[in-house]
Design a protein around this ligand. Structure first.
Ligand code: DX5
Ligand code: ZN
Length: 218
């Protein structure tokens, strides 16, 4: 079963609580929150104070994707804000193993995200410490980009690596996921699909969330 994580990046920021209620009604499994700092990626979004407020209005688990430089500086802030999964980029932190340990010490799930050009081998030796691997299927920074086709091989390799180790690590992909490729991608063994513009760009967000969910009903 594949879970769906609508990315708030494509929501109307003037009506965040209404937007969240819509995906909640549609049956979203997670809410994906993209935090950008204008340094690691060329865009700026929101931080812990906004997430903390949003946490009060919904019970959907928060999947927080940090696209920020040196994320180790802010782990406690995001934990206190209500992150259930906290994912950092392998490219953004020098001591990735230490950063992961720090996240886990707070009792939440720790994820590592890899940019399209970053090899899977960069996390091979810390695999047993991870709860989630987030494969970027676009270059991070913006919603609405096209899925990079060569990432299919990376998804397959990641699934194989997880299975070879008999691990429970969740495999998540992010970027360019649409209604017409979601099922095919889920069949590669993806546990969580992130979809931003495909959900919040729809005229009827509740209906679109349900359409995604229905794809995976066997
Ligand atoms: C991109 C973000 C994504 C983004 C995906 O840097 O990490 O979560 O919202 O947007 P879509 O689904 O429109 O490609
Ligand atoms: Zn994201």
């Amino acid at each position: 079963m594949t879970d769906i994580a609508p990315s708030l990046l494509s929501a109307d920021f003037a009506f965040l609580s209404d937007e969240i209620k819509k995906v909640e009604k549609g049956g979203a499994d997670y809410l994906h929150l993209d935090v950008m700092d204008g340094i690691f990626v060329p865009n700026i979004t929101f931080g812990p104070p906004v997430i903390k407020k949003l946490k009060k209005i919904t019970s959907i688990p928060f999947d927080v994707h940090l696209m920020i430089d040196k994320p180790e500086r802010y782990i406690k802030d995001f934990v206190d804000a209500g992150a259930d999964i906290l994912t950092v980029h392998a490219e953004a932190t020098t001591h990735l193993h230490r950063t992961i340990q720090e996240i886990k010490s707070h009792g939440i799930k720790a994820g590592v995200s890899l940019n399209p050009a970053t090899p899977l081998s960069s996390i091979e030796y810390i695999l047993e410490d991870l709860d989630l691997i987030l494969i970027m299927t676009v270059n991070p920074g913006f919603g609405g980009q096209s899925f990079i086709k060569s990432m299919v091989d990376k998804i397959i390799d990641t699934r194989r690596l997880i299975d070879e180790r008999n691990s429970k690590i969740l495999l998540e992909i992010d970027g360019g996921v649409k209604l017409d490729n979601a099922l095919e991608l889920s069949k590669l063994g993806v546990d969580i699909l992130v979809a931003g513009s495909a959900i919040f760009g729809a005229e009827d967000v509740v209906k679109r969330t349900k359409e995604f969910k229905n794809l995976f009903v066997k």
